[in-house]
Write a protein that binds this ligand. Structure first.
Ligand code: SF4
Ligand code: FES
Length: 218
């Protein structure tokens, strides 16, 4: 597996792999080992599985490192009805839905249905997770603590824009449900600022600690 974006073409489906966004969560390897085998070259062999199965397993990839394109007229990836962010224990924020990563001036940098976002502050591919939370021994149970602007009349749907603030948090705009790692706590709202420096005492929300630790990220 390399850091480049590569297409693996079968007769019915093309699998695209972005090595920079793979953090070896191994949903693919566990889901269809005959298609995804890191010990083989090439490591992805779309012909080794039915196109529907390959598409289903690709759609499980939590980081967006894998995508597919059907050549046989089969269905494209289904967009989830609601935007969700799952807080991983000792790991990243897994965003799913109609996700747009944008600069403060509105320029969209990435549109995707699945993205893993760094929340420990050490990724060299910010705002995306590159797996460094493991080396950094990032430790956090993945609880959803208190936030000021959760709303009761929450309506799911629409796009979720995430703007990584200069030296600061991830600014969320759009309907989103944030789930704790153990599934017991949920935030539903239209706006939130999520910690990406690793220092907040109110994770996953920003509490301003990025200034104290002089977090630096563009
Ligand atoms: S599921 Fe995605 S992140 Fe996990 S190993 Fe496969 S490609 Fe990498
Ligand atoms: S980004 Fe971590 S506390 Fe603000």
């Amino acid at each position: 597996m390399s850091g480049k974006i590569r297409d693996y073409e079968g007769r019915h489906i093309i699998v695209r792999y972005d090595g920079k966004r793979c953090i070896h969560a191994e949903e693919c390897v566990k889901g269809l080992p005959e298609v995804f085998d890191p010990d083989r070259k090439p490591w992805i062999s779309p012909e080794a599985g039915a196109a529907n199965q390959v598409a289903e397993v690709v759609s499980r990839c939590p980081t967006g490192a894998l995508h597919f394109q059907r050549k046989d007229g089969g269905p494209a990836e289904i967009l989830p009805e609601a935007n969700t962010i799952a807080v991983a224990r000792d790991g990243p924020l897994y965003a799913r839905g109609d996700i747009h990563i944008a600069r403060a001036n509105g320029e969209v940098l990435l549109e995707d249905t699945r993205i893993a976002l760094c929340r420990c502050g050490t990724s060299s591919n910010k705002p995306y997770c590159d797996g460094r939370h493991t080396q950094a021994a990032f430790s956090d149970p993945g609880a959803v603590n208190k936030a000021g602007d959760a709303v009761d009349d929450f309506h799911a749907g629409g796009k979720l824009t995430i703007v990584p603030a200069l030296n600061g948090p991830l600014l969320l705009q759009g309907a989103v449900e944030i789930r704790s790692a153990d599934g017991t706590a949920t935030f539903r709202g239209q706006k939130a600022a999520l910690c990406r420096c690793g220092a907040s005492k109110n994770k996953p929300f920003c509490d301003g600690s990025h200034k104290t630790i002089r977090f630096s990220a563009d």
